[in-house]
Design a protein around this ligand. Structure first.
Ligand SMILES: *[C@@H]1O[C@H](CO)[C@@H](O)[C@H](O)[C@H]1NC(C)=O
Length: 430
């Protein structure tokens, strides 16, 4: 019996040995020639393609029924773009995650494009492709460089129409991964003065070990780019220490990890607002290079306070202010509520406080105040609350004050004073 599992837009085939074939819907992206283009410039055309990752190891917890592996169409079709890849060396890290990606819930991005290694002429023997693969909502992202495998001239039956590359007998383009750069994080946020590790790693095929690795971390923000860290090292000998150059103070890679594990993660300490942006990790290996992109957001919660420690009811309206200080990013919201002593549900003030303008501090953080007019008609015991919402806060912050009745002892004092005065005049008159 043949069973096919549908995981959203993928088909997954599992065999008995704990290996699965993952079949991904991709697009072949090619730079177009501007046919029918509106604004000129480079146009990209997309052609549906399929990427079959063979023998992805799956954990023992995947107790799926025994299923047949992926079977290509019985009649090879030279119009189909069917990339077949044995995931053996190097293994795609966390590829088993793809088994759980559900296209209904998670956006899967798989783009394949032609790749020309630096300094090598564009050739079809072998040909190279770059695959960008990521799943939104799952921390899985990788860029693969595929190299086509030779097809035996005597076996060769068909040529792929679009790419003019020889197809295997089953109508697939046989490839292997020779180099990949991956990350297990797409976006990350951290507070000011905090520390963060931006994860990035690379793997290469053992057989084509490049002698030298070059690493560059760049930051791109609001149209501006700058280099954060650069490293160059030989992989084959231990002589000659790796050359690391950190342009930003407090940026670091662990060179021992780079050489032994291909771990090119960068740590940043003493985070500032200016560290926010898009980080690009580029690994150069011989004629190949590939990248990963990670978003870093600075998220600093506001310090919230009220202008008064004690609020006594007066005959005229008085101002109560709620201060939000030193937060980032800009999106802070303040709302005022009141709860009369006889009620149980707080009510929104019909006239919310007037907002001060945002103040920006030297460190890039913001402050904002809301000034509320407390009406004299309120009864003592009314609770007034300032509610603060900000992206760095999981839940809104509440800060309250209870309206007090005018101090009775001051009445007694005035009354006493009057009695004394009256008695005094009474004595004088006598
Ligand atoms: C990669 O290296 C960093 C140090 O730069 C370390 O903290 C991290 O745990 C390493 N990651 C892996 C997966 O080994």
């Amino acid at each position: 019996m043949i069973k096919i599992l549908f995981f959203g837009c993928f088909l997954t085939f599992v065999n008995a040995d704990g290996f699965a074939d993952v079949v991904l819907s991709c697009s072949l992206v090619e730079e177009g020639t501007g046919l029918g283009g509106m604004g000129g410039g480079a146009l990209f055309s997309r052609t549906p393609a399929t990427l079959v990752l063979r023998d992805v190891p799956v954990g023992p917890e995947e107790s799926l029924d025994t299923l047949t592996p992926f079977v290509p169409p019985s009649v090879p079709d030279p119009d189909l773009l069917l990339f077949e890849n044995k995931v053996s060396s190097p293994e795609i890290p966390n590829a088993a995650l793809l088994l759980h990606a559900d296209c209904n819930e998670q956006e899967v991005m798989c783009e394949i494009s032609r790749y020309t290694p630096r300094g090598l002429p564009e050739s079809s023997d072998p040909a190279y492709f770059m695959v960008s693969l990521s799943v939104e909502g799952l921390d899985f992202s990788t860029s693969l460089i595929l190299q086509t495998l030779p097809v035996d001239k005597y076996e060769q039956t068909l040529t792929q129409n679009k790419l003019s590359l020889p197809l295997s007998q089953s109508g697939t383009l046989l490839t292997k991964v020779i180099f990949l750069v991956f990350s297990d994080i797409n976006s990350v946020s951290a507070p000011l003065r905090g520390e963060i590790l931006l994860h990035c790693g690379f793997k290469q095929e053992e057989a084509t070990l490049a002698p030298e690795v070059g690493l560059e971390w760049r930051l791109q923000h609001r149209g501006k780019g700058r280099k954060v860290l650069e490293m160059k090292s030989r992989l084959d000998d231990t002589e000659g220490a790796p050359v690391v150059h950190g342009e930003r103070k407090g940026s670091m890679v662990d060179t021992a990890q780079v050489l032994s594990e291909g771990n090119v993660s960068m740590s940043l300490t003493e985070l500032k607002v200016v560290d926010e942006g898009t980080y690009i990790c580029t690994v150069n290996l011989g004629p190949f290079h590939a990248q990963q992109v990670i978003q870093l957001r600075i998220n600093q919660p506001p310090q919230v306070s009220l202008s008064e420690e004690k609020l006594v009811l007066k005959k005229t309206p008085q101002t109560l202010s709620c201060h939000c200080a030193k937060y980032y990013p800009l999106d802070a919201e303040m709302e005022w509520f009141f709860l009369p002593p006889t009620e149980t549900e707080p009510k929104l003030f019909p006239h919310q406080g007037s907002l001060s303008s945002h103040r920006q501090h030297g460190d890039g953080t913001f402050s904002l105040s809301s000034h509320l007019s407390v009406p004299p008609s309120f009864s003592p015991g009314t609770k007034i609350t300032c509610k603060v919402s900000h992206p760095a806060l999981d839940d809104p912050l509440y800060i309250s004050i209870v309206l007090e009745s005018p101090q009775p002892d001051s009445y007694w004092w005035v009354l006493g004073f009057l009695v004394v005065t009256v008695l005094f005049f009474y004595q004088v008159m006598k």
